[in-house]
Design a protein around this ligand. Structure first.
Ligand SMILES: [Fe+2]
Length: 160
């Protein structure tokens, strides 16, 4: 982890460093998941095409906002967002998204698994940021966690 840039933000350096690491880990997963959602949006086929194509687009828009908020908080704390394709590919904790999926329910299942995984590490990040003394980063993770949980509910509703 590179040294943090100077800032007038009075949050302690240890807290900022802890949060930058948590945020960059989340950033990789969020970008990976947003790419998976776009793959599902493009490749989905079957009788639920219209509904799922639109739902996945909505998910993408939500994740794009979470990605931006996460990366910008890294910079606010004096860090550097690690968001290149290569950095994301090396850092993501999500299972690789299958490139050949077509069936709508298979996309829903594959996305549900990844939303659940990211929701889990996001909840852990809420506690870790809180323990580091950065309530604002904990709050950012809390907002992301709510978004992920809501999407997971919508995905699981398709699975009965
Ligand atoms: Fe589109």
């Amino acid at each position: 982890m590179a040294k943090l840039s100077k800032t007038r933000n009075t949050l302690g350096e240890n807290a900022r460093l802890a949060s930058v690491n948590l945020l960059n880990a989340a950033l990789a997963d969020l970008i990976d998941l947003s790419n998976a959602v776009k793959m599902a949006h493009w490749n989905v086929k079957g009788p639920q095409f219209a509904a799922l194509h639109l739902l996945f687009e909505t998910f993408y828009d939500q994740l794009a906002e979470a990605v931006d908020d996460t990366a910008e908080r890294v910079v606010q704390l004096g860090g550097t967002p690690e968001g290149t394709t290569q950095q994301v590919g090396a850092a993501t904790r999500l299972a690789a998204y299958p490139a050949d999926l077509k069936d709508g329910i298979k996309h829903v299942t594959a996305l549900a698994e990844r939303y659940a995984a990211l929701a889990t590490t996001t909840r852990e990040a809420i506690d870790a940021a809180d323990e580091a003394g950065d309530a604002d980063t904990a709050d950012l993770f809390t907002a992301t966690s709510r978004t992920l949980d809501k999407a997971l509910w919508m995905l699981e509703a398709h699975l009965g």
